[in-house]
Design a protein around this ligand. Structure first.
Ligand SMILES: *Cc1c(COP(=O)(O)O)cnc(C)c1O
Length: 415
């Protein structure tokens, strides 16, 4: 293959169908941002949206805005917008609480549906919060379940699913390796064996097409502050297949999930739609930020986004081989694009200090224990030249041994 040059990257930018979408975002000059899978950037339109919301809807409208501005229906309205991105039907998604809390709710729902089955299947390498929640739900239900945590190296999840499996609970894209698990196949195998599935799509929503309803997925949860750019700590979402919504119950029975919250009835009666998963009053300022960032997605095709994501990742992997092969980086994500989400991870024993040095040069990725440099790929605002500039910067850091300086070994609380 020919040696890559910076011109190869600028040429790809010139024909990039998403090039103009970058203008939607406030990105600091000279910053190359590979951390959209941890916290997406601020959309420009969100600044005005929030200002208007605060001054007019809250400041002037006060309590009347719950009805007049339809604040009260935002969890369902935004849920329907996210539904279009993940292949869900209208009424199957609600925006509410955090991803972890949503997992708590749907895992409990699923276990209450699956009588006499005693195994929960997940992955040892799953996002820790997901495994912590699994543990506490099991405790709450009297430790009645066995947890099977499949090792990261064992891709053959199917063979662990059998007649004792109550729930298969997995991440679609692994947060560390970026490896994709096949939603369609695993869901279908689980259903053949009579098990329910819960997919965490935090790392795939907004960067690739998803088809949850047609794959028959029972439950899913996901994040809005990563690739959906909804803002720090923005509420998550949850999905329930419409064939289950009537049957399911969930453990956090607050008044906002009641069928008639403003009757202030003594007894709890759940809403007869996905709104039964709402617990308390929704944080409307945060919802407005999500609404504004979702509008950007209305004009982009998820297929085009995925194509660019793959192309950016491929160029990064090739360029790393060309420029950094001698420095001990090992590709930690799958080499095959079909098995890789929208990130490229590399293992390196000095990963932490190297990433800190990169960040000091304005190339922002992140570090995950024990030795992973993680580069999130965000097709909406990332340019191909960003990949070139980042890898060249990394090469220089390695050539000069700059990363060995003491200052790059200091850890902050958030990495
Ligand atoms: C980011 C992420 C979460 C985050 O959960 P919060 O409750 O929003 O903190 C959960 N699961 C996965 C797989 C994630 O990537």
């Amino acid at each position: 293959m020919n040696k890559l040059t910076r011109e190869d990257f600028t040429r790809l930018d010139q024909i990039d169908p998403l090039a103009e979408v970058r203008d939607e975002f406030t990105l600091p000059q000279d910053l190359i941002y590979f951390d959209g899978n941890s916290l997406g950037p601020l959309p420009k339109r969100t600044i005005n949206t929030l200002e208007t919301m605060i001054q007019k809807e809250w400041g002037d409208g006060l309590i009347s805005s719950w009805n007049k501005e339809n604040w009260i229906n935002m969890p369902r309205v935004l849920g329907n917008k996210i539904a279009t991105l993940i292949g869900a039907k209208s009424g199957e998604v609600v925006v509410v609480d955090s991803t972890s809390v949503n997992l708590f709710k749907v895992l409990t729902s699923a276990l209450l549906l699956s009588k006499n089955r005693r195994n929960i299947l997940s992955e040892a390498g799953n996002f820790p919060s997901d495994l912590y929640i699994l543990e506490s739900v099991n405790k709450m239900l009297g430790e009645s379940y066995e947890r099977y945590l499949i090792e990261e190296s064992d891709y053959e999840i199917d063979k662990y699913i059998d007649a004792s499996t109550a729930v298969v609970m997995l991440s679609h894209v692994n947060y560390k390796t970026g490896r994709i698990s096949d939603i369609k196949r695993i869901t279908s195998v689980a259903h053949e064996k009579g098990a329910l599935v819960i997919w965490d799509i935090s790392h795939s929503v907004g960067v690739m097409p998803l088809d949850l309803h047609n794959c028959g997925v029972d439950f899913a949860v996901g994040c809005t502050y990563k690739h959906l750019n909804g803002g720090p700590g923005a509420p998550g979402f949850l999905y329930v297949h419409n064939s289950l919504i009537e049957k399911v119950s969930q453990p956090l029975t607050g008044w906002m999930g009641h069928i008639q919250p403003f009757e202030f009835a003594a007894d709890y009666q759940p809403a007869n739609d996905i709104g039964k998963y709402i617990c308390g009053t929704p944080p409307i300022i945060a919802y407005k930020a999500i609404e504004s960032s979702l509008a950007i997605f209305e004009d982009v095709s998820m297929k085009v986004v995925r194509d660019k994501s793959i192309q950016l990742s491929e160029m990064m992997i090739r360029l790393m081989q060309q420029e950094c092969a001698t420095f001990g980086f090992e590709l930690f994500s799958p080499r095959n694009a079909d098995q890789r989400g929208s990130q490229v991870s590399f293992a390196h024993n000095n990963g932490f200090s190297i990433m800190q040095t990169l960040i000091s040069h304005g190339v922002v990725g992140d570090f995950r224990e024990p030795n992973i440099l993680r580069f999130g790929i965000s097709p909406l605002y990332m340019r191909y030249v960003d990949v070139w500039d980042a890898v060249i910067c990394l090469r220089q850091i390695m050539q000069t041994d700059e990363w060995q300086s003491e200052q790059f070994n200091q850890r902050s609380f958030v990495t």
